[in-house]
Ligand binder design. Structure first.
Ligand code: ADP
Ligand code: MG
Length: 419
């Protein structure tokens, strides 16, 4: 910032026109008339500046009645300012502006003569130009200051989010660890008492605590890897229809014995896309596990559609739904809505954050629409083909709407083994 203020005046030279001081006034006037942009000319003898002629002052004098007759043949030095402002090329801009404006009102906007270390003439600088430069520098300083303060605010916010994150992680890690510790003590008691039933019961609690802990740790690791930009994205060709069916099967297992149907609406044959299969599956599983968790009755529908190079996969449910004011919270880490009094919403609140981050890594986007008490739909858009646009076009054409058929996997269908 300081540097901007220290712009030196020598950098603003706009002309180095000069003439000997004994040139006839007529000739100088002619020079001005021929060059509309020339505001002033320095009078230089040897290399030393000794005067300044400005356009408006000279022409004003000559165009007056009898001006040309009276002054035309005179040496220009006789008609002009012989004490022009002369400033060294390394003078600071703000100092030079002060000096210029301290002059008499009628001279304040006359050009300034710039000299080098040997007091030799270097050129002319316009006061107007100096002021413009000065205000640009000021504007730059203000912009820089604003940018810095915005950056500081951003950093503060990031810092706050990080510490919030750490606080949440610590809190969330504590619950499964507590469960595991307590249950381990109970197991100890059971074995002392030879209580086989107790052992069975507590062992299963221990396993579920350990599973939760593992899920949490995996999620946290995933997220921090993504945030650190260390996640590798593969680009493989795979059939998304088969994957969607597999995800449908797993969803049904997650539903357990709740009265919820799972439907997969997709193209009959395979649809090959180029993306990262593990990550796409992780996104879909995060969405369907939520749907399974928050739906008590009705159905969950996984469907596929294509437009251009975009594949759109949606997961709809007839579950609890989400209130409008909560919709934008969902993708923030650790946010879990608590609509029911009894907090049976197990999980980490990281699933959607991770899903959104992965979707972005894959060049796609994720949308949500929901009606509280009715149900929720998440829609993921992914590019069908990352590298080869022509190929993408043919796959998009291949999945015209007529080709899409409904495959209904009901709860009672024995199709767990189906691929
Ligand atoms: N399909 C859904 N229906 C209703 N609420 C949902 C649905 N999906 C997500 N949510 C809400 O968003 C929150 C965050 O989801 P998520 O990030 O997957 O975390 P988690 O599943 O670990 O709670 C959930 O706790 C829930 O409140
Ligand atoms: Mg989840």
């Amino acid at each position: 910032m300081e540097q901007d203020n220290a712009v030196t005046i020598g950098k603003l030279i706009i002309s180095n026109e000069c003439m000997p001081p004994y040139t006839e006034a007529n000739i100088v006037a002619d020079r001005f008339l021929k060059s509309a942009h020339l505001d002033a000319v320095a009078l230089v003898e040897g290399r030393e500046p000794i005067g300044l002629v400005t356009r408006h002052k000279l022409l004003f004098k000559l165009f007056k009645r009898y001006g040309f007759e009276l002054y035309g043949k005179k040496p220009i030095i006789a008609l002009t300012d012989t004490e022009p402002l002369i400033i060294h090329k390394d003078e600071r801009l703000d100092v030079a502006i002060d000096k210029a404006l301290e002059r008499q009102a009628q001279d304040a906007y006359d050009d300034i003569i710039i000299v080098d270390d040997n007091d030799c003439y270097k050129g002319l600088v316009s006061v107007k130009q100096m002021i413009i430069q000065q205000s640009n520098s000021l504007a730059n300083i203000i912009i820089q200051k604003e940018m810095i303060s915005a950056k500081v605010n951003e950093l503060k916010k990031a810092e706050l989010m990080k510490s919030q994150f750490v606080a949440n992680v610590t809190h969330d890690l504590r619950s499964p660890v507590n469960v595991i510790t307590v249950v381990a003590e109970l197991l100890n008691l059971d074995s002392e008492r030879n209580d086989i039933e107790g052992l069975k019961r507590h062992l299963s609690l221990l396993m579920s605590g350990a599973t939760n802990l593992r899920a949490l740790i995996n999620n946290i690791l995933d997220l921090s890897k993504i945030e650190a930009g260390k996640t590798e994205v593969l680009n493989e060709n795979f059939d998304i229809v088969t994957m969607l069916r597999e995800v449908g099967e797993t969803t049904r297992i997650l539903i357990g014995n709740k009265s919820v149907d799972v439907e997969v609406i997709a193209h009959d044959g395979p649809i090959f896309i180029d993306s990262d299969p593990v990550k796409v599956k992780q996104i879909l599983t995060n969405l369907t596990s939520n749907a399974a968790k928050f739906t008590e009755k009705g159905k969950i529908v996984l469907s596929l559609a294509a437009e251009g190079n975009n594949l759109s996969i949606s997961v709809s449910d007839t579950g609890t739904g989400i209130k409008e004011i909560d919709l934008n919270k969902l993708f923030q880490p650790f946010s879990q809505l608590d609509y029911t009094k009894s907090k049976k919403n197990e999980g980490t609140g990281l699933g959607l954050t991770i899903a959104e981050n992965i979707v972005k890594l894959l060049g796609g986007s994720i949308r949500i629409s929901s009606k509280f008490g009715v149900g929720t739909t998440f829609t993921v858009q992914l590019p069908i083909n990352q590298s080869d646009k022509t190929n993408a076009k043919t796959s998009a054409e291949a999945i015209s709407l007529h080709d899409i058929k409904t495959i209904v996997l009901t709860e009672h269908e024995e199709s767990y083994g189906k691929g």
